[in-house]
Design a protein around this ligand. Structure first.
Ligand code: UT7
Length: 329
């Protein structure tokens, strides 16, 4: 049996307690300043997970937040768990299996790696599962412990990242609601601009893979601004809508200047673009979920709103989706 309309029906979030400000980084010996970081990125602070707190703990925190918000029935019938992350606790067992076990779910479970766009890729997979009838209810998590893999000798990337997790439920929704389009793209030629090695030593073209996160900030910046506005336009068009039909744009929270440049290309007013990068920095696969959850909580996102989610990251990869928000209370 397939469902004609599927969507995100519940959303939870979790961030670690420790707030690390820009000044804190400078005090910890990083040659930087609050002025530099804020003017280049808009970031004021980020969260650091405790030394013994890993991605599975952040996932569990976000799922617990789902339960606190919607009641324990929110997990009733979950038959697949997907964790999008670039910072799994282990290569195996997959982090999704740790979540499945913690909540005692009768579900399949796998991790998905698509860098910062990972959660949107997870939502697209969850939408395909539930629309086709292969699965009925998917727990789709985006979570990162990026501060565990920071290179403290590289002040340019070090100041950007933070830890956090979001957890959503994807299932059937009433007619007209839910996902209206997905744009999913990759340009593997850009792998050299943002990478970190696992078991490989070089890319197939011979470019070296870095021991720690390595990024060509300028190249990623240009790519990001370009795909943020082209993917947005494509997702809106494929949904049969116009930019004016979108109530809120929820971009990947990497850098306020990127968000603002994309906003200007799209000629959008500031109050239709959600940004909380100032509070959390770049939480990669968790960032869109954290921004969306906070915008629901402060009343900017309302039931029935058309939302545009758009993101970019390593790969180089991008994704965008139009979602007509239906929250199951
Ligand atoms: O989800 C992953 C996506 N990644 C991104 O979104 C990153 C996209 N790129 C960017 O956001 C920007 O390129 C950065 C914020 C990473 C860097 O900004 P930039 O304007 O491209 O700076 P830059 O790397 O060209 O460095 C400019 C100057 C240099 O000094 P000189 O050579 O001009 O004297 C750097 O050494 O700023 C210096 N610098 C710093 N100064 C203080 C670099 N990092 C820092 C720092 N504090 N943390």
């Amino acid at each position: 049996m397939n469902s004609s309309f599927v969507g995100l029906t519940a959303l939870g979030m979790y961030v670690p307690k420790e707030i690390v400000t820009n000044d804190d980084l400078a005090q910890r010996g990083v040659e930087t300043s609050d002025e530099w970081i804020q003017s280049r990125t808009g970031i004021k602070e980020r969260r650091f997970a405790k030394p013994d707190e890993f991605t599975s703990h952040l996932c569990i925190g976000a799922v617990q937040n789902l339960i606190d918000r919607y009641g324990k029935d929110v997990l009733e019938g979950v038959d697949m768990v997907i964790v999008a992350t670039s910072t799994p606790d282990a290569l195996f067992p997959q982090t999704a299996a740790l979540v499945q076990n913690h909540f005692n779910l009768e579900a399949g479970a796998f991790d998905l790696l698509a860098a910062c766009p990972g959660w949107l890729y997870a939502l697209s997979a969850a939408a395909a599962y539930t629309k086709s009838g292969i699965r009925k209810k998917v727990l789709a998590i985006g979570a990162e412990s990026l501060t565990k893999i920071l290179d403290w000798s590289d002040r340019t990337t070090l100041v950007l990242f933070g830890d956090g997790a979001c957890a959503g439920i994807v299932e059937a929704v009433p007619e007209g609601y839910g996902f209206q389009s997905f744009v999913l793209g990759t340009d593997g030629a850009g792998g050299k601009h943002l990478n970190m090695r696992c078991i490989g030593k070089t890319l197939p073209d011979g470019n070296p893979l870095s021991e720690m996160i390595s990024m060509n900030g300028r190249e990623v910046f240009k790519f990001a601004v370009r795909v943020m506005h082209t993917a947005t336009k494509q997702a809106v068009e494929e949904a049969g809508l116009e930019l004016n039909d979108i109530a809120q744009f929820i971009p990947h929270q990497a850098n306020y200047r990127i968000i603002d440049a994309a906003r200007e290309y799209l000629e959008l007013p500031e109050d239709r673009v959600v940004a909380n990068v100032d509070k959390y920095g770049n939480t990669s696969a968790a960032s869109i979920g954290l921004a969306m959850r906070e915008a629901i909580d402060d009343g900017r996102i309302k039931h029935g709103d058309n939302l545009l989610l758009v993101t970019f990251g390593a790969g180089l990869t991008w994704a965008a989706s139009v979602l007509r928000w239906y929250e199951k209370k």
